[in-house]
Design a protein around this ligand. Structure first.
Ligand SMILES: Nc1ncnc2c1ncn2[C@@H]1O[C@H](COP(=O)(O)OP(=O)(O)OP(=O)(O)O)[C@@H](O)[C@H]1O
Length: 239
């Protein structure tokens, strides 16, 4: 594996705190992501993983601390301005428009930077989507919806992808396909920061891992550590 850390980070998060009204959900998150990595946020329900992704893309209005995307601070920026820095978010709820077909959903997000994938390249990555390209969003299986939700952000030109629980509720055979797509995207030079509850899946696709608990990073390790220390890590995650 090339030493990705020789490059400048594409995402730096320093002492990120975040609130929903008066409730504090994030208590000082620190993390760094380098170009070309797949980094996973692990941790129990309610730990603050989704909130961290939402803060990075500007969807959490009460956020404090420092977030730097591709060398630019996101302080005070609106979500659309942060998107222009080259980051895209695929939410857990997927957000597929039921009244639009697959191709219309794919074409919906605006192209924000050059270098995004073409629709044909997205179909090559997810052949199921090509077969279903005229099907309305309502007719898609959960797996097809997830592929569409990921495929849709690949056109935008963003190279840093934030994926939230992209295997949730999917059959093992579909999870394998998502894993293959993530490996292919990494190969193409995308960087991925993903929230994942399925540790078995995460440990197969991730390069580095952060464990979040009560809005803080309590542990970080790389894939090699999983091979060497799996019992301790599984105990830590309660899996
Ligand atoms: N819209 C909201 N309003 C108020 N509190 C929220 C909201 N969304 C999340 N929270 C709270 O913020 C904390 C962090 O939630 P978050 O969704 O980030 O956790 P998570 O680690 O992603 O867990 P999960 O896997 O359950 O999504 C939790 O205590 C949660 O109850």
């Amino acid at each position: 594996m090339p030493d990705v850390r020789a490059a400048a980070p594409c995402l730096e998060v320093h002492q990120l705190t975040g609130f929903y009204n008066e409730t504090q959900a994030l208590h000082g998150i620190d993390l760094t992501v380098y170009p070309g990595e797949v980094v996973c946020l692990l941790g129990r329900n309610g730990a603050g993983k989704t909130t961290t992704l939402r803060a990075i893309v500007g969807l959490l209005s009460r956020r404090y601390g420092r977030i730097v995307v591709n060398g630019r601070s996101t302080e005070g920026l609106a979500p659309e301005d942060i998107a222009h820095l080259g980051v895209a978010y695929c939410p857990e709820e997927r957000g597929i428009f039921a009244s639009l077909n697959v191709e219309e959903n794919l074409l919906l997000p605006p192209i924000l930077k050059p270098g995004g994938m073409t629709v044909d390249e997205i179909y090559a990555l997810f052949p199921n989507l090509k077969l279903r390209r005229k099907s309305p969003g309502t007719r898609l299986s959960g797996g097809e919806q997830q592929m569409l939700a990921i495929g849709r952000i690949l056109r935008t030109g963003a190279k840093l992808l934030l994926l939230d629980e992209c295997t949730e509720g999917l059959a093992p055979v579909i999870i394998d396909k998502i894993g293959e797509a993530i490996a292919a995207l990494r190969q193409r030079g995308f960087t991925i920061l993903m929230v994942e509850q399925n540790f078995r899946f995460a440990s197969g696709v991730g390069d580095r891992f952060y464990v979040i608990e009560e809005g803080q990073v309590i542990e970080q390790f790389n894939r090699q550590a999983i091979d060497e220390d799996r019992p301790r890590i599984e105990a830590l995650l309660g899996v």
